[in-house]
Design a protein around this ligand. Structure first.
Ligand SMILES: Cc1cc2nc3c(=O)[nH]c(=O)nc-3n(C[C@H](O)[C@H](O)[C@H](O)COP(=O)(O)OP(=O)(O)OC[C@H]3O[C@@H](n4cnc5c(N)ncnc54)[C@H](O)[C@@H]3O)c2cc1C
Length: 384
């Protein structure tokens, strides 16, 4: 029976970045148990949007730090970081959004990032490709962008797997966790491991079930999210039509569009929800074609669906609900926040506390207290 200083359950963006951050701090031996292959959960299915323009202090800071982590890791490995800078417009359609966005510009600047409000006339002057007629304006950050998920999964897997303190076990399903005298015994399909610490980084299809193995309720659910690509759209920046739940980014020579159906319900199964919802796609087509006419009539080159994680307030979980048992979840933003979530979890494990983030936006007990914070810039996930 192998013994580790930490067992991480889940080799997605969160689990791997945590292992990497801990190894960088000289932490002891780490096992990462992954039932598929590293990155095979939500991580490589994602759209890879890396937006610093969050809707709360935590969302903003995690976005800023994560973007930098991607660049730093690429430089450290001597590989493409996977990050492409495009500039990003978050579009306001209503007066209420306009007012809320102005307040967010102030908060983002206070957090140390560049962000500006553009009214529709200024937006049109900068990027006439959008139909600004029906918009109030947008917030804009020039150094937002996207990552190519398979590249970032490759980089962080490579960084973790080559570190002598980290063992990544693929095809290693965690089937049960027993606790005795302050230690955890983790039963897997590749043998039994013991440790004083376990991290639940099971993502949309595992975080809740892993928590249940030790009696901890982890409010991470999964909903279907749709992505399509178009092969040939002339160069453009990214944008997010918040009220419509649609975002678009460049993809190779064309465009990638992601959308969530607000009527989609949480799926409690353990499937990865791979069925693309063409009916909803067709229903919504006029919505994004009216915002971005360049997409009208374009052929689709690829279409996929995946289970996206969400928490009740779209914010992350970085916590230790039991002595030695840690929970890390991204609230559906694990590409834009994953690296920084790893850093913050490493801080919690080594230093015993998370610095520079408000506790009421990261701790599990906020959900029991009648939570008031939320990330205002998020897809329309189910409310249940
Ligand atoms: C279609 C789609 C588009 C998205 N677009 C974006 C985007 O543009 N930007 C963004 O920030 N986020 C996006 N997301 C969300 C993002 O992908 C996730 O938030 C992120 O990948 C979560 O990372 P994770 O490590 O928590 O989960 P995962 O990547 O799912 O990793 C968890 C891992 O745990 C493993 N696991 C679970 N249970 C067990 C067990 N019992 N034993 C062993 N292993 C186990 C799973 O196999 C899995 O590999 C998108 C998601 C989807 C599906």
């Amino acid at each position: 029976m192998a013994t580790y200083d930490l067992i991480i359950i889940g080799a997605g963006n969160l689990g791997l970045w945590t292992a990497h951050a801990l190894a960088g701090r000289g932490f002891g031996r780490i096992a990462v148990c992954e039932r598929g292959w590293a990155g095979s959960g939500a991580t490589t299915r994602s759209a890879g949007v890396v937006r610093q323009q969050g809707g709360s202090e935590t969302a903003i800071k995690l976005g800023i730090w994560s973007r930098q982590c991607y660049l730093d890791l690429g430089a450290e490995l001597g590989l493409d970081s996977g990050f492409t800078e495009t500039g990003y417009y978050v579009l306001a359609e209503t007066e209420a959004e306009h007012a809320a966005f102005l307040a967010l510009v102030d908060l983002r600047r206070a957090c140390g990032m560049e962000n500006e409000w553009l009214d529709a006339a200024e937006g049109r002057a900068r990027f006439p490709g959008l139909d600004w007629e029906h918009l109030r304006g947008a917030t804009y950050t020039a150094n937002d962008g996207y990552v190519h998920p398979p590249i970032v999964a490759r980089n962080i897997t490579f960084a973790a797997a080559r570190h002598p303190a980290i063992d990544v076990f693929e095809r290693c399903t965690v089937e049960g966790i027993a606790q005795a005298r302050g230690a955890f015994t983790v039963r897997t399909t590749r043998g039994t491991f013991t440790s004083d610490r376990v991290l639940d980084a099971g993502g949309p299809r595992g975080a809740r079930a892993v928590g249940a193995m030790v009696g901890v309720e982890v409010p991470v659910s999964a909903a279907r999210h749709l992505v399509v690509t178009y092969p040939d759209v002339p160069s453009f920046p990214m944008f997010f039509a918040l009220a419509k739940g649609v975002y678009v980014r460049p993809e190779e020579q064309g465009a990638l569009l992601g959308l969530s159906n607000p009527d989609e319900r949480a799926d409690p199964s353990d499937r990865y929800q791979l069925d693309f919802d063409w009916d909803y796609f067709e229903k919504m087509r006029p919505a994004w074609e009216s915002v971005f006419p360049a997409l009208a009539g374009q052929r689709v080159s690829r279409a996929w669906a995946g289970s996206i994680d969400y928490t009740p307030d779209h914010l992350p979980i970085i916590d230790q609900p039991l002595p030695g048992f840690y929970v890390l979840a991204a609230g559906g933003h694990g590409m834009m926040w994953g690296p920084a979530l790893g850093l913050k979890m490493a801080e919690l494990i080594v230093d015993g506390a998370v610095r520079d983030l408000p506790a009421e936006e990261i701790k599990l007990d906020r959900f029991r207290e009648g939570y008031v914070h939320h990330d205002a810039i998020a897809l329309p996930f189910p409310t249940a």
